[in-house]
Design a protein around this ligand. Structure first.
Ligand code: SF4
Length: 251
């Protein structure tokens, strides 16, 4: 990448970071939890599901299985029943029990902190691992979900689609201490303003520095051709064509 372009993207990332911090001073994870184990379970359940729905399910799940030890020996069909409404419930229930079992057998009942360890647990990818690191352990971690990916591309901070590659590109643009909350703020902004289908660019605080701000809500409205106007326009153009043909024949 040309050096000037690189500096431009770096400056834009810093401006986005500062503006989002001002707009959303409080950036918290919306999944209800009291411990690393609970957040890990809730984040596994949040795949393809809203935080609101997960928060409706977890109180009963955590009441029945408050520790990794209890969840590791749970009855699969009971867990399935508890998490059914979050979708993909059979896989999620299996992953929850598998995660708890491995936390017990490989990590002495403590959720690990290192990303290399976290991603070996069933149902845990880099996104979930980074949520854990940044929200519970206060360590650097930038979870890239659908909002973070979309906004980063619209804001011209990356051109990449792959979440892991986007994570590394963003990491290089921002101080590690900001990674977790930057992700949370982009998610908030994606939900409230920069919608996937209808971004509200006209009310977006990032509009002046966003290369996508003309898309699509700020496009000029197409001219509406009144009924009848089109017909008469066609007629007159046909007449003109006939006249021109006549003149040509006379010559
Ligand atoms: S200006 Fe529009 S496209 Fe850019 S971040 Fe804001 S809402 Fe999204």
């Amino acid at each position: 990448m040309v050096v000037g372009k690189k500096i431009e993207i770096q400056n834009r990332a810093t401006s986005v970071l500062n503006l989002l911090k001002r707009e959303y001073p409080v950036a918290i994870c919306e999944l209800t939890h009291d411990s690393a184990f609970q957040l890990l379970a809730a984040t596994i359940l949040s795949a393809q599901c809203t935080d609101v729905r997960v928060n409706m399910v977890t109180p009963a799940l955590f009441a029945a299985y408050p520790t990794p030890e209890k969840l590791a020996s749970a009855d699969l069909s009971h867990v399935e029943q508890l998490v059914r409404s979050t979708g993909f419930y059979q896989t999620k229930a299996k992953n929850l029990i598998g995660m708890a079992d491995q936390v017990m057998t490989r990590f002495g009942g403590e959720v690990p902190r290192e990303i290399e360890d976290l991603i070996t647990l069933p149902g845990v990818g880099r996104k979930t691992a980074n949520v854990l690191r940044s929200v519970v352990f206060g360590l650097p971690g930038l979870p890239v979900d659908t909002h973070v990916g979309r906004l980063s591309r619209r804001l011209g901070l990356t051109k990449l689609e792959d979440a892991v590659k986007v994570e590394f590109e963003l990491n290089a643009l921002l101080p590690p201490v900001e990674w977790g909350e930057f992700s949370l703020r982009l998610i908030l902004h994606g939900r409230r303003v920069c919608d996937a289908r209808k971004p509200k660019c006209e009310e977006c605080l990032l509009e002046s520095l966003c290369p996508s701000s003309l898309l699509p809500t700020k496009r000029k409205p197409r001219k509406v051709v009144k009924k009848g106007a089109k017909k008469s326009a066609n007629k007159s153009s046909k007449k003109t064509a006939k006249k021109t043909a006549k003149k040509a024949r006379r010559k």
